[in-house]
Design a protein around this ligand. Structure first.
Ligand code: DGY
Length: 320
């Protein structure tokens, strides 16, 4: 019997590729930039499994090119790049990589909370500018976070891990989620469930941890920003289009909110030009899961999912 063919649409860590090679013949795109569609489609036409990245769009066109693909293993926890219904209709299993990136992403969320409230980006830029500076009692004063409220929108694993970190920094926790989390989790985190409006109006820092779906598109729009305190900060490590970036620029410019820490952007990799000029915006290039350990673990988990489906077993982390 011939070995299954596995197509990997972009660079993934060797640990994942090695595991995939144990289960099939692997072809991986290793060119510069995104895989050209004609190359991708040619490879997919002979593939039994596809390993995809969040920059791939897995839609009808992708699936049309991949008539024998049994599984699309996305190397990301988010899967808004995948038309899950279209996959389901064709009997294609979709998997993602939850849990293994929880800590890394929560670390970045907390780092952004600290960076934006303590003006660390501005401070770094000042030093690097070569401009003269000297210590002063009123120089670059930020805002302390002890005793302040962190409002989490989305209280899955990453939201909860961010809450744990924020608690260690002395913050109190409120959250808004589709459903209430278990009472022991609420108790452990001292977390209070609030309506979205209440959370926006009473939080000192609002941090986004919800998936990107049609329901969360522009969840943070001009009206939501208007509800936030002028002293409040917004942190986004979820997905860019959860925030209306033009409205955010306006709120940051006009003093509607105090600052924003962003790891993701509405039209990634493009960044709204208005954000680039704003000292109260901390901008990092989608680094949520970017540690060596985490990316290895994500690639290995994706490979385990491929192996399971090709063997006729249940995937480890299916998207349901
Ligand atoms: C994910 O896994 O969805 C992250 O955005 C990748 O960093």
């Amino acid at each position: 019997m011939s070995r299954p063919r596995i197509v990997v649409t972009g660079g993934i860590p060797t640990a994942g590729l090695d595991l995939l090679r144990e289960h099939g013949d692997v072809w991986a795109w290793d060119g510069d930039g995104p895989i050209p569609t004609d190359v991708r489609d040619e490879q997919l036409s002979r593939a039994d499994a596809a390993v995809t990245l969040l920059t791939d769009r897995v839609d009808d066109a992708f699936l049309d090119a991949a008539p024998n693909v049994q599984v699309v293993a996305n190397v990301a926890v988010g899967y808004n790049n995948i038309d899950v219904d279209a996959c389901r209709k064709r009997g294609v299993t979709v998997t993602n990589t939850p849990d293994v990136l929880t800590d890394a992403t929560a670390d970045i969320a907390m780092a952004l909370v600290l960076m934006v409230t303590r003006r660390l980006g501005e401070g770094e830029r000042l030093i690097r500018s070569g401009e003269a500076w000297k210590w002063g009692m009123f120089m670059m004063l930020g805002s302390g976070i002890q005793g302040k409220r962190l409002g989490l929108i989305g209280m899955g694993a990453i939201g909860q891990a961010t809450a744990e970190r924020a608690r260690a920094f002395g913050m109190t926790i409120a959250y808004h989620n589709r459903s209430r989390v278990a009472p022991d989790v609420e108790q452990r985190l001292g977390a209070e469930l609030l309506s979205l409006d209440e959370l926006l109006a009473t939080s000192d820092v609002v941090s986004l941890h919800c998936p990107y779906t049609p329901d969360t598109h522009h969840l943070i729009d001009a009206a939501a920003l208007e509800r936030m305190r002028t002293s409040a900060y917004l942190v986004n490590t979820a997905r860019g289009p959860v925030v209306d970036e033009a409205a955010l620029v306006e709120a940051l410019r006009s003093g509607g909110i105090a600052g924003a820490g962003l790891d993701v952007f509405e039209h990634e990799p493009e960044v709204h030009p208005g954000l680039l000029d704003l000292d109260n915006a901390v901008l990092v290039p989608h680094l949520g899961s970017a540690t060596v350990e985490t990316r290895d673990a994500m690639a290995v988990l994706a490979a385990r999912n491929v192996a399971a489906v090709l063997a006729g077993d249940d995937p480890v982390t299916p998207v349901t």
